[in-house]
Design a protein around this ligand. Structure first.
Ligand SMILES: Cc1ncc(COP(=O)(O)O)c(C=O)c1O
Length: 436
């Protein structure tokens, strides 16, 4: 067991003043207690009880350069010395927007916001304004932020994953959500070409946008079946539907140009966030000028007090600057290390006789305990043993490794072979404890 007295005490104190005790609801699920951080550097994070962990949670994805990266920290300091935010224009926003149009294949123009949720809200608004239609198609198991317009149950209050209704009903993601907010949402199973084509053809006259993660990172890191995204692309183009790829996770993580570059896709709009800012709040919508021009014309409002502030644009430019160095060799390195880690964990699962699997796409993977031989859709994903994984994450913490209790692992450019070997030893000991 690790010492957690200080974290426990701080969590109790926080609950007196901070609603939920944490700043974002998901964080409360950490066992044995939400951990309080003392400091962090590189791939390591230290808590207030003196424990040190190798970090694969990486703040839910943004820390692609690890913690307190020298060049990024310097860029932020330099920007701050000239003021934090002006509410006026500055070169950083032009520089970043231009960089994004150069690096993202689909980007002719971009708009900057503060979070992935906001980027998705803007993309949906642009799509509705552009098409004059109302409905939005989204997929079960995907997550597109917590705004009323798109936040659905995950997998559904009171519904088990393999319950038929979990795949078909559009239930709000939280109480307090406006009753009408999801009226225009059509929820489909993902990776099901027949369901996709029949819904799009049936409702094409009403559908403004189809939004999809390019890899279902939020539920099992599941790759699209061969031809599935191409079908999405073909049908949306044919039927006059705006195709939004939500690259908030995959942007600047799967490659410099995100998943759409990696897979050779041509979405109308992409939303990016997380890794783009290296840990500083920034997001963007990027895409076809014909759609983005609605903002130029004043037809679509895009607002936000802190949008494109000089600290966040400097952070994004510095982060991207690090990622493009040496022709993006950091991606090859991250992918190699994660492949070593994933294969090592698979061997250890075998060694301990624990059925489980890992779905890896480059520098992100999902580990789960399951009897399934492969997990290629949301229904199969829901057959995993989530409770066992949460226990595993807790044991891993006591072995010096920080992972999300839900199974998704991220790697950064500063993790190295030694971290991976240390992690494999920790996995070995943790699985042994799980079997006991
Ligand atoms: C695919 C996807 N879209 C949107 C969001 C929302 O981003 P944010 O948490 O920055 O609002 C997330 C967050 O995890 C995400 O994974």
């Amino acid at each position: 067991m690790i010492r957690t007295e200080q974290s426990h005490a701080k969590y109790e104190l926080a609950r007196k003043y901070l609603a939920g005790g944490v700043a974002s609801s998901l964080r409360a699920s950490m066992k044995p207690v939400p951990i309080y951080v003392q400091s962090a550097e590189g791939a390591r994070i230290r808590d207030v009880d003196g424990n040190e962990y190798i970090d694969y949670m990486l703040a839910y994805g943004p820390l692609i350069l690890g913690h307190a990266h020298d060049e990024l920290t310097t860029a932020i300091h330099q920007a701050m010395r000239k003021g934090y935010t002006y509410g006026l224009q500055h070169e950083g926003e032009i520089g970043l927007a231009r960089l994004l149009t150069e690096l993202l294949p689909c980007a002719e123009k971009v708009a900057l916001s503060g979070s992935g949720t906001e980027a998705v809200m803007l993309a949906l608004r642009l799509a509705r304004a552009y098409t004059g239609k109302r409905k939005i198609v989204r997929f079960h198991g995907h997550y597109h932020g917590w705004s009323d317009s798109i936040f659905t149950s995950f997998p559904g209050a009171g519904l088990q994953g393999n319950d038929e209704r979990a795949a078909t009903s559009v239930l709000p993601g939280t109480s307090g959500q406006s009753a009408g907010s999801l009226e225009d949402v059509i929820l489909l199973p993902w990776n099901d070409p027949i369901a996709l084509e029949s819904a799009l053809r049936a409702y094409s006259g009403e559908i403004a946008a189809l939004i999809s993660e390019p890899v279902m990172c939020n539920s099992g890191c599941i790759l699209p079946k061969p031809g599935y995204m191409e079908l999405m692309q073909r049908l949306t183009k044919e039927l006059g539907i705006v195709w939004i790829l939500d690259e908030v996770i995959t942007g600047f993580r799967l490659s410099i140009g995100g998943a759409h570059q990696r897979f050779g896709l041509d979405p109308d709009l992409v939303t990016i966030g997380k890794a783009m800012g290296g840990g500083i709040a920034i997001s963007a919508v990027a895409g076809k000028a014909t759609i983005m021009n609605l903002i130029d014309e004043g037809t679509v409002s895009h607002l936000g007090t802190l949008n494109g502030n000089c600290v966040s644009t400097a952070a994004a430019i510095a982060t991207i600057g690090e990622l493009v160095k040496d022709h993006g060799s950091a991606y090859t390195r991250m992918e190699r290390l994660f492949t070593v880690l994933a294969s090592g964990i698979r061997e250890l699962l075998n060694k301990h006789g624990l059925p489980g699997l890992i779905n890896q796409t480059g520098p992100v993977f999902h580990m789960m305990f399951t009897d399934e031989q492969e997990v290629t859709d949301f229904a199969a994903f829901n057959n995993r043993d989530g409770a066992k994984y949460t226990r595993f994450a807790e044991v891993m913490l006591s072995e010096g490794v920080l992972i999300r209790p839900n199974g998704l692992w991220y790697i950064s450019t500063v993790h190295d072979d030694k971290d991976v070997q240390e992690t494999l030893h920790a996995v070995d000991r943790s699985l042994a404890k799980l079997v006991d």
